[in-house]
Design a protein around this ligand. Structure first.
Ligand SMILES: Nc1ncnc2c1ncn2[C@@H]1O[C@H](COP(=O)(O)OP(=O)(O)O[C@H]2O[C@H](CO)[C@@H](O)[C@H](O)[C@H]2O)[C@@H](O)[C@H]1O
Length: 736
């Protein structure tokens, strides 16, 4: 009976199985954990007790052979196997426990190291010992499951609105703990300086660290937060482990709300991958239109831009574990897809207002009922549009004792656009005059000028670029577009991370744009039957002859010198002669738009040039085409080749930047590779590559399917990239 009951216990509580087994044989009365010895595995213990050789499954039989009464003396072979399974499980659990203990120890070390930083001397800026204790107490007193308490703002705030003590669901413990700590630090940080607050900082209003009116949507959002992976201790620990932080990605565009190119895609997708790792993540973007399902946080702030007082409103929503905060102002309104329209100073004023109002979001805008605070915070700024953010963080805040723990990282998606202007433009930034030198640049063509990207690169704690090859290219005079000196001298803080793709949005199995008009979803299993259906649907939608034998080559992208569209224009007559269909979708420079129209008119049976921006058509072309052509002169990363590979569409690319990193050339001898790569952005080389590609498509079907399948099997998701982003953010966090 003793054996039976122990086995039943073991089945239900596998973590203690080893101890149960031993107890059963020797000391059934002793508490289970009395025999637990850290660092000795369960099987080691069995070995010690029985002095039998350890040899996997045979060990169990050896123990039985000793004739000891116990768990397996009279058991069948099945029982042995079941025991093995249970033993394996218990080993895993013990390992997990060890890992958790280590994480706890690391967290304690982090707390200790924070307390020992230079801020320690400014005691009021950090948690006092008593407060630290109460913070830990709070943690240990929190119930394990999702639970109800008073509004979280009551935990530590003197600014509580008594009317807000409604019963609401609280986020999990870690979530509260981080916020408690962050907000607390920030409050003190402000306390220290509020009396002499610099005029450029918006008023530290009561919205900070306080739930606004706890209206319905806020309460609802808190409920959502409890579902998020962030610090959900009832599930497995966060992938980021002790590195969990508050991350705010700030970008001028964010898909699906606003997008003119790859930046929008990255701003919409990377944050979700970071949130999956356990971070608390927010995206801040301008509100260009009337986006559905946003809730007005009620927070309003005023910022001065070049002497003009401007009010902004903050809107918010929470999707896939990410807080999206949109900043509304009349100067952003109704820009729609034309978000970079207007003259140089119009855009500059917009970006100044955007950066100023984005930087204070963690103070003022409650998400899930709580502001992020500036304690454990890293901003990710993107391209020149938000390159002012690192500068403002330093000049307006750090240098005035504010946001001491907040860090900034700047991502270069495309260095060709830098926010250049005459030196007088500096006055728009409202920065102290001693900051002018950060912005001043000289080049042989433009002479002395003002350059926002330059200042951001110098000021950010870390810099990220979107591929490894681009990291190298940026250091050359051609690739750096005049900023190569700055890149070279800041090499120590530069990291290349290849973008991923949003598999929710770009997945042929679930793509919502492939569910009508004879398109169909497909997977690697149905590639050969269903992708051809997408091809014929595309040909028929565009009015091209529906022919399976003719290769369809596509181009999607901004019509810009960068993308090498002119090279395609030069190659089109050759492609038409070789019975190839060409489909191009893009918008941009007027002369290139005209080229698209002209080619279509001239080659009605072979060419379609769609001038415009259509997400639906981009998806359909990616699914229906056989080949995607990207003859970019430079390409920091490139997303379309990644989407193409995921859809079994074969990329033919110029080997630069991210195209070089991501498209391994096809090797017909070893049957490896995922596409064709040519060495220089020249029409002749483009034609060679397309020629070889089309020959394989027509004559070597098995090789062709191999190329498609290898592309589809590549891990293109954001998971790995998010992990590397995290490493860079951690570096920034511990940088002074
Ligand atoms: N007319 C149209 N209609 C519909 N969709 C269209 C379109 N034109 C472009 N797109 C879409 O916009 C995105 C463009 O992605 P790219 O990576 O080519 O971007 P871009 O050069 O703008 O970005 C910069 O940033 C990204 C992100 O880091 C880098 O990958 C890239 O190398 C760098 O130049 C794709 O999603 C594409 O489908």
């Amino acid at each position: 009976m003793a054996t039976m009951s122990s086995l039943a216990f073991v089945t239900d509580h596998t973590a203690t199985v080893g101890i149960a087994l031993i107890n059963n044989r020797r000391r059934p009365q002793i508490p289970l954990f009395a025999y637990y010895r850290p660092r000795k595995s369960l099987l080691d213990m069995a070995f010690i007790r029985n002095n039998t050789p350890i040899a996997g499954g045979r060990r169990v039989r050896s123990i039985k052979a000793t004739g000891e009464k116990g768990y397996g003396g009279d058991a069948s072979g099945d029982t042995d196997e079941a025991l093995q399974v249970v033993i394996e499980k218990s080993k895993k659990l013990l390992a997990k426990q060890r890992e958790l203990l280590q994480q706890i120890a690391e967290r304690r070390e982090i707390i200790a190291s924070i307390n020992n930083t230079k801020i320690k001397s400014e005691k009021e800026d950090i948690l006092s010992e008593d407060e630290e204790e109460s913070f830990l107490e709070l943690d240990s007193n929190l119930p394990d499951d999702i639970f109800t308490l008073q509004n979280p703002s009551t935990i530590k705030s003197n600014e509580i609105d008594d009317t807000s003590k409604s019963e609401i669901k609280l986020p999990p413990k870690t979530y509260l703990r981080e916020n408690f700590k962050n907000n607390h630090q920030s409050t003190n940080s402000q306390k220290a300086t509020t009396s002499e607050l610099p005029p450029f900082v918006s008023d530290i209003s009561p919205t900070y660290n306080k739930i606004e009116n706890t209206n319905e949507s806020t309460t609802h959002h808190i409920k959502d937060v409890t579902d998020a992976p962030i610090g959900d201790e009832s599930q497995s620990p966060p992938l980021a482990g002790p590195n969990v932080m508050n991350i705010i990605l700030v970008a001028a565009e964010c898909a699906p709300w606003s997008k003119t190119g790859g930046l929008g895609d990255v701003a919409g997708a990377l944050p979700k991958a970071l949130a999956k790792r356990g971070h608390r993540v927010m995206v801040v973007a301008p509100r260009y239109g009337n986006y559905a399902d946003l809730h007005d946080t009620g927070v309003r702030k005023r910022y001065s831009v070049n002497g003009q007082d401007m009010e902004v409103h903050y809107f918010q929503t929470y999707i896939d574990g990410v807080d999206f905060v949109f900043i509304e102002s009349p100067i952003f309104r109704n820009l729609g897809s034309n978000i970079y329209s207007g003259n140089r100073t119009d855009i500059l004023r917009r970006m100044v207002l955007f950066c100023k109002s984005a930087i204070e979001v963690p103070w003022h805008v409650p998400c899930g009922g709580l502001c992020y605070g500036d304690g454990n915070l890293v901003f990710i700024a993107n391209d020149w549009h938000t390159a002012l953010l690192p500068v403002y963080l330093k000049a307006y805040y750090h240098e005035h004792g504010l946001m001491q723990y907040a860090r900034s990282v700047l991502v270069i998606h495309n260095i060709a656009h830098q926010g250049r202007g005459p030196v007088d433009d500096f006055s728009y930034t409202d920065l102290p005059h001693n900051y002018l030198n950060l912005f001043k640049m000289y080049d042989p063509i433009g002479g002395e000028h003002f350059n926002i990207f330059a200042a951001g690169l110098k000021t950010a704690y870390q810099i990220i670029t979107v591929s490894h090859a681009y990291t190298w290219e940026l250091k050359t005079p051609e690739g750096g577009h005049g900023l190569h000196h700055i890149i070279n001298s800041n090499d120590w803080k530069l990291t290349g991370i290849v973008n991923g793709i949003d598999k929710q949005e770009w997945n042929p199995e679930s793509d919502v744009h492939l569910t009508s008009d004879n398109y169909t979803n497909y997977s690697i299993q149905t590639l050969q039957t269903h992708k051809p259906r997408c091809k014929s649907a595309l040909q028929s939608e565009l009015g091209l002859p529906v022919r399976a034998d003719v290769p369809v080559i596509a181009f999607i992208g901004r019509l810009d010198n960068q993308k090498g569209v002119d090279l395609i224009g030069e190659a089109i007559p050759w492609m038409v002669d070789h019975d190839i269909q060409i489909v191009m979708l893009g918008t941009g420079r007027p002369e290139l738009e005209s080229m698209l129209r002209e080619m279509e008119t001239r080659y009605r049976d072979h060419v379609r040039g769609w001038v415009g921006f259509s997400v639906k058509m981009a998806h359909r072309i990616t699914a229906g085409a056989d080949v995607l052509l990207m003859p970019s002169r430079f390409e920091p990363c490139g997303l379309n080749q990644l989407y193409a590979m995921g859809y079994g569409t074969v990329p033919v690319v110029h080997g630069v930047g991210g195209l070089r990193d991501t498209v391994e050339p096809f090797d017909p001898y070893r049957e490896t590779g995922v596409g064709w790569v040519f060495d220089r952005a020249e029409t002749r080389l483009l034609i060679d590559a397309v020629g070889n590609c089309v020959l394989t498509f027509r004559e070597y079907k098995e090789s062709w399917y191999g190329i498609q399948r290898r592309g589809m099997m590549k891990d293109l998701s954001w998971g790995n990239a998010a992990c590397t982003y995290e490493e860079v953010l951690v570096k920034a966090k511990y940088q002074w």
